[in-house]
Design a protein. Structure first.
Length: 276
């Protein structure tokens, strides 16, 4: 029976150390070998009809075990998060701690759940920001939104798991590199043009990422508390605004619609907050 130990790190990650019994490893090994045999053609035998033993002897065992890992790790991970009643929001970072033939395996999966948000007295704080004498000039809509965002970030508390920040930071920086390459500029040339080192750029983007993630979870928490959401019609209307048929089809996929739902809900939440 698979065993697991659940731990929470100081930086907010969830770590699952999972022991996979050797009997389960061998069972999966045989499943992989069977599938491999069915797909292999050896001289003197029809495809899929060669003896398992012969296929095993003529196949690099490392390649077989790579497939065993690809098959067994997702299975035990999903079973383990169900066992511990976890709701991770990131794909796990998996480390192979011990993978030896004829022994129990040990892996570590690191992920995180939705971080908790302490909203404090956010409504009162926002009202204070917009409490002005009548003869003062009125803020534009964009100014109201920016002031609301700054107030939310200052008056609420959200502890972001490090794995989440790192994953989003790496994604954002990868996009930046892709954009510069499309312009025919290397990342080193880009850094020279803005007079910054890679460490300075990473630190700057890290601040942005942390603020953006915090704001996202703050708005989601407020939307949940205030029962603010986006309807299917609102999502349909947003998809319709794009003139590209291929993009429309892409946006109508289930994951993209959920992403659009989140964007619309956060917009509506900000609109609600600016009118407090």
């Amino acid at each position: 029976m698979t065993k697991s130990v659940l731990a929470t790190t100081q930086t907010g990650e969830i770590q699952l150390t999972i022991t996979i019994p050797v009997v389960e490893v061998k069972k999966t090994y045989q499943q992989v070998l069977t599938e491999l045999t069915q797909a292999t053609q050896i001289a003197g035998f029809r495809k899929g009809k060669a003896p398992k033993k012969l296929v095993e002897e003529q196949t690099d065992k490392n390649k077989i075990y790579e497939q065993v890992i690809q098959k067994i790790v997702p299975q035990v991970y999903l079973a383990t998060i169900k066992q511990h009643s976890l709701k991770p929001i990131l794909l796990p970072r998996v480390e192979l701690l011990k993978v030896k033939e004829d022994e129990d395996w040990e892996i570590r999966a690191t992920t995180c759940e939705t971080p908790k948000v302490d909203l404090g007295n956010y409504k009162e704080d926002i009202r204070k920001v917009f409490a002005k004498p009548k003869n003062d000039s009125q803020d534009s809509e964009d100014e109201k939104i920016q002031k609301t965002i700054q107030t939310l970030l200052q008056s609420t508390a959200t502890a972001l798991p490090e794995i989440m920040v790192e994953e989003e930071l790496n994604r954002v920086l990868a996009n930046l590199i892709n954009q510069t390459e499309k312009l025919g500029v290397t990342i080193d040339q880009y850094l020279a043009s803005i007079n910054k080192t890679s460490d300075q750029l990473r630190a700057e983007y890290r601040q942005r990422v942390e603020s953006d993630l915090r704001l996202q979870f703050i708005l989601d928490a407020i939307a949940k508390g205030e029962n603010i959401g986006a309807s299917e019609k609102e999502i349909d209307d947003l998809v319709t605004t794009t003139g590209d048929e291929e993009l429309k089809r892409s946006l109508n996929s289930a994951p993209q619609r959920e992403s659009l739902r989140g964007i619309l809900t956060r917009r509506k939440t900000l609109d609600f907050l600016t009118k407090l």
